[in-house]
Design a protein around this ligand. Sequence first.
Ligand SMILES: NC(=O)c1ccc[n+]([C@@H]2O[C@H](COP(=O)([O-])OP(=O)(O)OC[C@H]3O[C@@H](n4cnc5c(N)ncnc54)[C@H](O)[C@@H]3O)[C@@H](O)[C@H]2O)c1
Length: 429
Amino acid sequence: MHSHRIDAAMLGTGMIFDETYRPFFEQPDASRFVAGDSVVDVRLSAVATRSGSRAAAYARAAPPRASGFRSYCGPGGVAELLASPVDAVCVATPDDRHFPAALAALRAGKHVLIEKPAVLSLAERDTLLDAARRAGVLVKVVYHKLADPDHKKLRTHLADGTLRHVNSGYCSLLEPRSVSRDQFSEWVVGRNPATYVGVHYLKLIDFTFGPDWRLARVTATGQRGIVGPPDGPTFDSVLAQVVYAYPDGREAAFDLHTGWVTPDNSPGYVDQEVQFRFDNATWNAHQRKRGVEVTVEGRTPLAMKETPNHHYNGTFLEPWGQRSQRGYGIEVIRRFFEEVAHVEFGGPDAARPERLAATRALDYNDLAADRNVVAAVQAVEAILREQAEGRPGGVVFVDHPLGELVLFRPGDATPTILHPSASAIAAPS
Ligand SMILES: NC(=O)c1ccc[n+]([C@@H]2O[C@H](COP(=O)([O-])OP(=O)(O)OC[C@H]3O[C@@H](n4cnc5c(N)ncnc54)[C@H](O)[C@@H]3O)[C@@H](O)[C@H]2O)c1
């Protein structure tokens, strides 16, 4: 057995770092594993944040395995971090700051994992993919809901022919008001809950029911007046619809309900459910109503969740006496590092290109396979921007003769090309 170490870096150490990355880096059972004939140890080596204060607090609190990292902050922090010896970079900055950080990391030759939504436009996605190709590294996106056992079973039923041909459905993901008011107050202005969190379900639909269809249209409408003023650019909740077209002309439509203004004492904190309808079946799933309902005086529902989702991320006393924190939220982080380890240490150097290509072909997390999700994100962002400017009711057509993403507004004969078709991009000017 050989031994290898992967030096990992975090850009951003906010809520999602605490929930999923921190337990990954802290627990040797999670961040040390076998790849090929090597034992690979992943260590948190460097962190870049806006002010440095949370990183400093974490360095004081972390166990020795995770505490010795270098900390960078301020406007030059990311560049300084990238000049230091790290192999893989996890981007967990606010949504609209993923792109510059991820691009800089790829250009520095680092493997990159980006929190969802990876980027907010197809142009940004294309740029990152190009940078990753040039550097010969991975660029992946975190979509932990794909590793939820219920969603894995849904996909398994489809693969086995038990569920046949999805026609329609809805997904609902409602977050408490504290998320928009406190947690994201620094960057909530101009943002919306659909592309921040509804993106989980855009990916679930696209990945689970594709690829034998094409994304055809996207519409959305948002509500305002709680997080920001009724005529401002910040949305409280959003209802979006994505429509896919099958080659035989049938269509499948999905409604997405998202919000970040439900009462803070709502049961379970985040309310999430889906319903999918097939030619021969229906599927209803609720992420928090999976059986456990707990009430503790003075603790539920705020300090403790009443209907907890222990599959995502839970702290446990294992039957064999050990304390652990595990769940699919942490699993997907480990998968990324296993993929990096496979590329770098999974066989002879001469075969690295084949290992890189095989790892890029994993479409559950590769940015290359995220085209429809990024297209829907860009479409929703554009439609809501139009609404904020007094032009509601837009529809974005995907792969329209005029372009890859084309926005139509009611009563306006002139569409806006949000993203040109590939042939238009390639054509000489
Ligand atoms: N996978 C999930 O289910 C999930 C859940 C929550 C959040 N997220 C995603 O994770 C990302 C971060 O969300 P969060 O909840 O941790 O946010 P947060 O506001 O709690 O933390 C953001 C972090 O980014 C840092 N930061 C901000 N600007 C920066 C910059 N320019 N350079 C370096 N660091 C910078 C801040 O200092 C902070 O540490 C978002 O993209 C969000 O959509 C994913």
